[in-house]
Design a protein around this ligand. Structure first.
Ligand SMILES: Cc1cc2nc3c(=O)[nH]c(=O)nc-3n(C[C@H](O)[C@H](O)[C@H](O)COP(=O)(O)OP(=O)(O)OC[C@H]3O[C@@H](n4cnc5c(N)ncnc54)[C@H](O)[C@@H]3O)c2cc1C
Length: 496
């Protein structure tokens, strides 16, 4: 017992010291070198690389250019869960900083890569399979959504995943907004079983009913610091094969003179539509070049049925459109509507809000965003304001499956995303731009009681504090990472 107390004390002291030294100093560097040497020895050079073509490709793979400029001390390419266990144990024992990368689409600086630390890169764990007996889909963490949907389409099923094909499974840990969410809940609500490598390297399988049910809940929206998920078993949704055109919908593009009508239609849809078969996403994008703004406004509308019912989508359909691509679709086609959007190579910045209210609130948000775009027209390639309606049906579907840690209330609200893509040449957010973004967040605050959405947030936003189960989340974190190792040695949402 005395030895145990001494050990815990020693770990706590080591962690407090580590926390004092952010990545980039001598202590973190030598811990990382030690971890990498150990891993090179135990896992071998094909799975652990510190230089060479595969290392370079992985180190520069991140979607956000900011994250493609880090140089991890080594990159581990696990092929099975046990490799992750070995890596995590070495990281923990040496006190090294580390990061995990799945689909690479985190917008937040340092959340999916690390300087002076170990990067665990899931590019060699990409399987997806369907089990008809349990009606479940098993996903390895390195798969991207288009690959996952394509792999199981022949069985007539799909996982609840992202709306852009190149995004990866990290989406699940933030919650996950999908074309199937109104009927199924957040993507994480479909979890059945998770294999999780804990901070010490121990592996557990968490389910909604077993002894790790608290961890299971925390991983439905709690992000990247509770453990490393090496296997997701999720419910299969019977969406049909590519021959089954059981959906109808597509994209309508509008010009800027329709902004007000489109915002009013969006506000009404958010407030009134609670049909689990209906889903929409409305995006306002300002592309910029030579000091000029080129607006592109779009509504993506889908219905799990033979047409878009006018009682639900009539407002959108009656606004004069620049172009309209609507028709019968398979789910594979729905999932492919936005394409891969493999737009790497830019500095990107996200921000989140959430709104419940009348048309005036949506118009107000748009006006602030338009002013912001115009003020910083020379700094951006493009800015986007996007609304994802969160109907009560989505909240109910999640609760029916045991609930998630986001614990969003019913009440028909919209997740609001702000996306800024910096013009080429700008390598980081200049102070003046950060101030402008901070002001924009103040001007479009979340409506009282609504959670911010982790997957669409800025690193500085207090996402966890906006969850009504914030205290529970902190308790679960303290249980599974009692020394606070992950907060001290990885980047992620603030507040744990
Ligand atoms: C173009 C684009 C489209 C998007 N569309 C949607 C959308 O439709 N719906 C939606 O909800 N969100 C969407 N997002 C947001 C997206 O869900 C988040 O950026 C998400 O974090 C990306 O996951 P990833 O695996 O691609 O990225 P990564 O950067 O690889 O991972 C994201 C985070 O999760 C951590 N992580 C990943 N895998 C694991 C694991 N197995 N164990 C522990 N931690 C892990 C990483 O360390 C990182 O912090 C989109 C983002 C972009 C850029």
């Amino acid at each position: 017992m005395r030895l145990y107390i001494l050990l815990v004390h020693a770990v706590l002291v080591a962690q407090s010291i580590a926390a004092l030294f952010p990545p980039g100093n001598e202590t973190t560097h030598s811990a990382a070198v030690q971890a990498c040497q150990q891993l090179d020895h135990t896992l071998g050079p094909s799975l652990v690389q510190s230089s060479g073509a595969e290392y370079e490709a992985a180190a520069t793979n991140a979607w956000n250019l900011l994250n493609a400029e880090f140089a991890p001390t080594c990159i581990v390419f696990p092929q099975i869960s046990q490799h992750v266990q070995t890596a995590m144990k070495a990281i923990y024992d040496t006190g090294s900083h580390y990061a995990v990368q799945a689909g690479s689409h985190s917008a937040m600086k340092g959340w999916n890569t690390v300087q002076d630390g170990v990067l665990i890169m899931f590019s060699q764990m990409k399987n997806a399979s369907y089990d008809p007996v349990t009606d479940s889909i098993t996903l390895e963490p390195g798969i991207h959504w288009q690959e996952a949907v394509t792999a199981v389409e022949p069985f007539g099923v799909a996982p609840v995943g992202g709306r852009v094909g190149d995004v990866g499974t990290g989406l699940l840990l933030g919650g996950g907004l999908s074309w199937l969410s109104p009927s199924q809940g957040y993507a994480a609500d479909t979890f059945k079983e998770l294999d999780v490598v804990l901070v010490t390297g121990e592996m557990v399988t968490a389910t909604v009913t077993n002894e790790y049910s608290d961890l299971f809940r925390a991983l439905k929206g709690g992000g990247n610091r509770f453990g490393i998920v090496t296997r997701y078993k999720v419910s299969a949704v019977h969406t049909g094969t590519n021959d089954d055109k059981s959906f109808f919908g597509g994209t309508i593009t509008y010009n800027s003179s329709s902004a007000e009508a489109l915002l009013k239609a969006t506000a009404r849809y958010v407030h009134e539509t609670n049909d689990p078969k209906a889903v929409s996403l409305v995006t306002f994008t300002n592309a910029m070049a030579d000091g000029q703004i080129f607006p592109v406004y779009m509504a993506l509308l889908f219905y799990n049925g033979p047409e878009l019912p006018t009682a639900i989508f009539g407002d959108f359909l009656s606004i004069p459109a620049v172009s309209s691509q609507l028709g019968p679709l398979s789910y594979l086609e729905v999932a492919g509507t936005l394409g891969l959007e493999n737009d790497r190579g830019y500095v990107q910045h996200f921000g989140a809000s959430a709104l419940v209210g009348d048309e005036a609130l949506f118009l107000d948000a748009f006006n602030h965003w338009s002013n912001f775009s115009a003020t910083f027209v020379d700094s951006f390639n493009q800015t986007t304001l996007a609304f994802t309606p969160i109907p009560d049906s989505q909240i109910h579907a999640g609760r029916d499956r045991g609930g998630n840690i986001i614990s969003a209330p019913r009440g028909q609200f919209a997740a609001v995303q702000l996306l800024q893509q910096l013009r080429i040449g700008l390598q980081d957010l200049p102070r003046v731009l950060q101030n402008g973004i901070d002001l924009l967040f103040e001007q479009i605050p979340p409506s009282p009681g609504l959670p911010l959405y982790l997957n669409e947030c800025d690193a500085g936003q207090k996402v966890f504090q906006s969850y009504s189960d914030f205290e529970l989340l902190k308790m679960i974190y303290a249980k599974y990472d009692p020394t606070g190792f992950n907060v001290a040695h990885t980047q992620g949402p603030i507040g744990l």
